[in-house]
Design a protein around this ligand. Structure first.
Ligand SMILES: O=C([O-])CC(=O)C(=O)O
Ligand SMILES: [Mg+2]
Length: 230
């Protein structure tokens, strides 16, 4: 276990599928709000396809510009896994493309998240697979290694451990440790339900906006000037 930088751990402690399913359909913003606004992968990593993301992390630490370990992960990962590739944010070389993503889809993987670039973007956009990446470039990857599989990685400023739960939608991705999953999902459900009530109140014109009244602003020390700025 001392060959740091070029090693493969074959085992992952995956959470129960029912625990993962607690997050299905929940907006990522609602989950993140109930995690005190932490654990969101930063805005560089964007959806490439339209499919929402939900599954458990199968991690890859790639050498910059090199997808040898990513290819190995593709053979090792199981249905429901998300291959999470720490490419150190480098977007000079793409780390994957249509051929690999079609294999991921065929295997029933839940998606791919790359802190790095992809190519074959026009095809990837249409695939029935959740794909997130930090960039797009036609310049292809090397396949020489080294790299690591199923070690903790960092993507978009968030540490991801093998087996962590990832949820993604059009906003981006939030990472949840399985131990925190049940409590977080319950709170996020509550937040989601509360927002539905808010939407209804907007429709009915009954939403309470008193926190934004002139009186409330004056109480905060704001000066309200009934004139033009000149
Ligand atoms: O050449 C590669 O490894 C990446 C690629 O374009 C593909 O998978 O289609
Ligand atoms: Mg290709």
């Amino acid at each position: 276990m001392s060959n740091v930088g070029f090693r493969i751990f074959t085992k992952i402690k995956r959470p129960d599928k029912n625990v993962v399913e607690l997050f299905r359909g929940l907006p990522v913003a609602n989950i993140a709000d109930e995690m005190n606004r932490v654990n969101c992968v930063d805005a560089r990593i964007k959806p490439v396809s339209k499919k929402p993301l939900l599954g458990t992390a199968f991690t890859v630490r790639a050498r910059i510009g090199d997808n040898l370990m990513f290819h190995k992960a593709l053979d090792m990962a199981q249905p429901g896994d998300i291959i999470v590739v720490d490419g150190r944010g480098d977007v000079v070389n793409s780390l994957t493309g249509e051929i690999m993503m079609r294999q991921a889809m065929k295997k029933g993987l839940a998606g791919v998240v790359i802190d790095g670039a992809v190519r074959d973007a026009d095809a990837l956009r249409e695939l029935d697979l959740a794909i997130y990446a930090a960039g797009i470039t036609p310049q292809g990857p090397y396949k020489d290694g080294p790299g690591e599989i199923n070690v903790p990685v960092c993507i978009g400023g968030v540490v991801v451990q093998p087996g962590d739960i990832l949820v993604g939608d059009g906003d981006g991705i939030v990472v949840i440790h399985p131990k925190d999953a049940a409590g977080t999902a319950a709170k996020a459900q509550g937040k989601f339900a509360k927002e539905q009530v808010t939407f209804k109140a907007i429709e009915e014109g009954t939403l309470d906006r008193s926190a934004y009244s002139d009186e409330a602003f004056i109480k905060r020390g704001c000066e309200i000037i009934d004139d033009y700025y000149e």
